[in-house]
Design a protein around this ligand. Structure first.
Ligand code: GUN
Ligand code: ZN
Length: 430
């Protein structure tokens, strides 16, 4: 029989959506959580859990916060080494920094090194699941999946398909994009904690023939996620109009090729037309807000409040390395700041919900990850809410839980991440 571990602290889970309810009332606090065999088996009072599991090992975290591991539903792990590249907007940034770096993933050894580095860096920040774009090279996907599998980590990723408007050496074809994606999907999807996402980069880098081929692949595997980019910058949208003159709007360049669906993840989605908002909501697609990226590349201010009120499904992501951070704490802070600029600040409960349950819902994995409840997978982060002198002195003045958490959201970094558990194994913390 596998052994049980009980963690004590302030165990935070969500019983409701803090965008529907009074934010603080959506959360639930327990004193302890019990893990066994990679899963959460119970949460409740310490007395109850000790009675149920008298043999359990106990780890006492005092008043630290224990919550579900952070989920980052839109990242580019191959952009790890060019994060924080200065001074360009989207298209020039891709051509100047991103594409040259992605070329290096033709070398499987380089891909393996960056995959391990990326997973080290994100584990240190408390992120336990992510959905990543890879490069056009199948080896970049193999490297990422192999590294995640060795760590027992639930991840989603896919081979980025692009057959135009990218340099020589970084283009596939409609046929090879389909064939390579299909082979990777068949080899990896559903193996352990690995899922495959069908991954056209964005419509400017795919010919209509390629979008059609990828749409056909998705129709053959509708249970897979499909990830792409949508309406990130106004220049990009104008370019899409030139490339697809018959399309009604940007979303239509996906929709007409079968690339709009309930399992679709659309990164950025800042400058949406009313028709696009309606269609995304009707089909139940997921939008992914990437706030540090949107300010870093100068893209615009995502309409979180308006889109949530419409009933869209929304996750929160770093978009590493267009995003300027690997940290979901920093990403929550940036989402707060963008909310402020729009006159709709987000509550700490809403921010934490987005980084856990909301992002799990975007990935359609909220039955397994993103919350603390019996039966869920044991991916957890333990946060020290007084990790630096500056945060500690503010936290000491807090009058409730949310005031205690908010300084860590705004000012916390990897020093706040006391422990990380992935699949019931402690992977960070003494
Ligand atoms: N649009 C197409 N590719 C990318 C990318 O790599 N990063 C961002 N932020 N936007 C994109
Ligand atoms: Zn992206």
């Amino acid at each position: 029989m596998s052994s049980v571990t009980i963690l004590t602290g302030r165990v935070l889970s969500f019983a409701a959506t803090p965008f529907d309810a009074v934010p603080e009332e959506a959360a639930r606090l327990d004193a302890a959580v019990a893990l066994e065999g990679g899963r959460i088996v119970a949460r409740g009072s310490l007395a109850d859990l000790r009675a149920a599991y008298p043999q359990a090992e106990r780890r006492d975290h005092g008043d630290k916060l224990i919550c579900a591991g952070f989920i980052d539903p839109h990242v580019h792990y191959p952009q790890t080494a060019m994060i924080a590249s200065w001074g360009k907007r989207l298209i020039d940034w891709l051509n100047s920094y991103t594409f040259p770096e992605e070329m290096r993933f033709a070398d499987p050894a380089y891909a393996a090194r960056i995959a391990a580095l990326y997973l080290d860096l994100t584990t240190a920040e408390g992120t336990t699941t992510m959905c990543s774009f890879c490069t056009i090279h199948p080896a970049s996907v193999e490297a990422f999946f192999a590294e995640a599998q060795a760590r027992g980590q639930r991840v989603v990723a896919g081979k980025t398909c692009m057959d135009r408007n990218a340099p020589e050496g970084l283009r596939d074809t409609a046929q090879s994009g389909y064939d390579d994606s299909k082979a990777l999907l068949e080899a990896w999807h559903g193996v352990g904690r690995i899922s495959y996402a069908i991954t056209p980069r964005f419509s400017p880098t795919s010919t209509p023939e390629q979008l059609e081929a990828i749409g056909a692949l998705w129709a053959e595997h509708p249970g897979c996620l499909m990830q792409t980019h949508l309406s990130e910058q106004t220049d990009e949208i104008a370019w899409v109009k030139e490339l697809f003159p018959a399309a009604r709007d940007y979303l239509d360049t996906y929709e007409q090729f079968g690339l709009l669906g309930a399992n679709g993840l659309y990164g950025h989605a800042i400058h949406l037309e009313p028709r696009e908002r309606d269609r995304l909501r009707e089909v139940g697609a997921a939008l992914v807000h990437c706030p540090t990226s949107n300010t870093f590349i100068g893209s615009g201010l995502f309409d979180m409040a308006g889109l949530m009120a419409e009933g869209q499904r929304i996750g929160l992501a770093t978009d590493t390395g267009g995003g300027s951070s690997f940290s979901m704490l920093r990403t929550m802070a940036a989402a707060y700041e963008i909310g402020q600029l729009r006159g709709t600040p987000l509550h700490a409960a809403q921010l934490l919900w987005l980084a856990t349950v909301g992002s799990a819902q975007a990935l359609r994995m909220d039955d397994r990850i993103g919350n603390i409840a019996p039966g869920m997978e044991a991916d957890l982060v333990v946060l020290d809410l007084a990790s630096t002198p500056a945060i500690a002195q503010r936290e000491a003045e807090a009058e409730d839980l949310w005031e205690a958490i908010f300084p860590t959201i705004m000012m916390g970094d990897d020093r706040a991440v006391a422990e990380v558990w992935i699949g019931g194994r402690r992977v960070r913390g003494a």
